[in-house]
Design a protein. Structure first.
Ligand SMILES: [Fe+2]
Ligand SMILES: [Fe+2]
Length: 286
């Protein structure tokens, strides 16, 4: 009897661990990151999280039975539990945001739902499986950008929303390989991920996030001076490479999501997040 082929590329010492922390968003300051631009960029991302991550769960569940590697199957189960919790917490976060006067947030969520529903009318496996892989490409890229340059994002600020973002970033990094591995196990043509990213997902994701960010900044009257517009364009130039960097990597047949730098980033950030979550728990989620 031979053992099933190895389909998981997550390192042996990375355990995908579903955590259930609680966050009290009411204690976070309005600009919980270094300035309105960084804050509203991550707030805009949060608006897109519930629908994107529910889509990841749906599609991965649909194709899970085609996976033979027990390690990858276990990782899929853990990813589903992590994403379920992220969806729940981000929905809460978005409710708190819309209660702060950004009432159009719920409309943006609905527009995204209609867009995704339309794309899901095409039910070819290669197309469906590319969606979670593309979403996870962005969540892992944004998470690494946040973790590696946390001080540039926060300017040293600590609050419940920073801990919340740190927790989500850790879990995105932890399960970064799973949707890619599922795609690679079922459909070998991973180079198609680069094509879909360039043609559809990079423009759609960047436009959605910057568009919602612009709305949030407009509501705050944060773009009323030339100086602020200059800061806004500087922020876009600083953040845009997060979306575009690595888009061509799937053309490399030997590409695998984890490298040594990722493992070092993961270990350090896991330690910090574990401490943060313990502090959140001991202060009752405040
Ligand atoms: Fe997530
Ligand atoms: Fe994810």
């Amino acid at each position: 009897m031979h053992s099933p082929a190895k389909q998981s590329s997550t390192p042996e010492d990375v355990i995908i661990e579903p955590r259930r922390p609680e966050f009290d968003f009411s204690t976070a300051p309005k600009y919980w990151l270094r300035d309105p631009f960084a804050t509203h960029f991550i707030n805009a991302l949060s608006v897109l999280v519930p629908c994107s991550e529910r889509t990841v769960i749906d599609i991965i569940r649909k194709y899970e039975h085609k996976i033979s590697d027990p390690k990858l199957r276990k990782e899929i189960a853990a990813l589903i539990r992590q994403e379920g919790r992220h969806t729940f917490e981000h929905y809460r976060c978005n409710t708190a945001l819309s209660g702060c006067g950004y009432s159009e947030i719920r409309r943006y969520e609905r527009i995204q739902q209609v867009f995704i529903r339309m794309l899901r009318k095409v039910d070819a496996a290669i197309w469906e499986l590319s969606m979670p892989a593309a979403f996870e490409h962005f969540t892992s890229a944004i998470s690494k950008a946040f973790i590696r340059r946390q001080n540039a994002w926060t300017s040293g600020k600590e609050n419940s929303a920073v801990s919340f973002t740190g927790w989500h970033a850790l879990e995105e990094l932890e399960h970064q390989a799973v949707c890619f591995d599922v795609f690679a196990a079922i459909k070998k043509k991973t180079w198609l991920l680069s094509v879909f990213l360039i043609v559809l997902w990079i423009p759609a994701t960047a436009l959605s996030i910057y568009g919602i960010q612009l709305y949030l900044l407009y509501k705050d009257n944060a773009l009323s001076s030339q100086r602020n517009w200059r800061r806004y364009f500087r922020f876009i130039a600083w953040s845009l490479p997060i979306f575009t960097r690595g888009a061509l990597k799937y053309f490399n047949r030997d590409y695998r999501p984890w490298n040594m730098l990722d493992e070092a980033t993961y270990r350090l950030h896991k330690e910090k997040t574990t401490r943060d979550l313990l502090m959140q728990t001991s202060s009752g989620g405040k």
